[in-house]
Design a protein around this ligand. Structure first.
Ligand SMILES: C[S@@+](CC[C@H](N)C(=O)[O-])C[C@H]1O[C@@H](n2cnc3c(N)ncnc32)[C@H](O)[C@@H]1O
Length: 273
């Protein structure tokens, strides 16, 4: 791919999504954009490039961003954050929110939904009695329209359900439909999916959360963008709440009301009460 074209696309994508492409990714970008170009009926990536350059077509630009996101995810990814939710965070929060009887959880950058559905499943499996008396909101967002559309269906193929999901849970919470598995309505209805760009949190997110999962997405951003997004997430975390990043990630900035707690095997950023 020509240097000029690579720079045009990477600058565009970083401006919109924060995803920063390092040198050496030319081949990956070219192959994904070529595939998109063909799907949209263009002859090749050059033709796509000329169209995007000549007019501001937001739908097309969003398709380009979508095609360049990495949507890798699986049920109970890393396992220990879900053990930590089960063993420490949920028991503590159910006690702390005894008066309000309301807990809000946000899976920010949820990809195709395995992360928020894992949280819903865990609540169903281990905290059933609270589900009757507490209002539990699981908000799940991603910039990728394609991923959110898939997440909303709650339908996964055999490979996807084989990744991270114990067979007992598969049998209990999913129904086989041909070669696919559909999550049951009780779990599906617990999660509210929406398209949301993490660069727009301060303008668009007006509610607060007790738990925020923001895993394996800040790794794609520049240091400056990481700090901005982390700060915006921190601002919508309730006092007494927890923000959890991917297992290999660390907070890019710290605040006076932030305490790093290690619960089980998970590093959690706790907002002091
Ligand atoms: C590698 S996946 C991680 C999914 C899930 N959190 C997990 O840990 O399994 C990263 C996700 O971040 C999303 N993403 C990238 N940039 C984003 C942005 N600016 N706003 C919201 N989501 C974004 C991608 O679309 C992708 O679905």
């Amino acid at each position: 791919m020509q240097r000029e074209m690579f720079e045009f696309f990477t600058t565009l994508v970083e401006k919109i999504s924060g995803i920063s492409y390092k040198e050496g990714k030319e081949y990956l970008i070219e192959s994904r954009l070529n595939e998109l170009a063909l799907t949209l009926g263009y002859r090749n990536v050059e033709e796509l490039y000329n169209v995007v350059k000549s007019r501001s077509d937001y739908k097309l630009i969003n398709e380009i961003v979508d095609s360049l996101t990495t949507n890798e995810t699986y049920f109970f990814r890393d396992q220990h954050p879900f053990d930590t939710l089960k063993n420490y965070i949920f028991p503590e929060l159910f006690k702390k929110r005894e008066k309000e009887k309301k807990i809000s959880i946000w899976s920010a950058a949820c990809s195709t939904g395995q992360e928020p559905y894992s949280i819903a499943l865990l609540l169903h499996e281990y905290f059933q009695s609270y589900l009757k008396t507490y209002q539990i909101d699981i908000y799940a967002t991603d910039i990728s329209k394609k991923s959110i559309e898939k997440a909303k269906t709650g339908v996964y193929n055999q490979i996807e359900v084989n990744r991270g999901l114990p067979v007992v849970f598969l049998v209990k919470y999913f129904k086989q439909e041909g070669a696919h598995w559909k999550i049951n309505d009780n779990l599906k209805n617990m999660v509210r999916f929406e398209i949301l760009n993490l660069l727009e949190v301060s303008q668009k997110v007006k509610t607060k959360f007790d738990i925020i999962f923001c895993r394996y997405v800040l790794i794609y951003f520049s240091q400056e963008t990481k700090q901005k997004v982390f700060r915006d997430l921190w601002n919508v975390l309730n006092p007494g709440g927890y923000l959890i990043l991917g297992a290999t990630e660390i907070a890019p900035v710290s605040f006076p009301d932030m305490e790093k707690k290690i619960l089980g095997k998970t590093v959690c950023y706790y907002k002091k009460d």
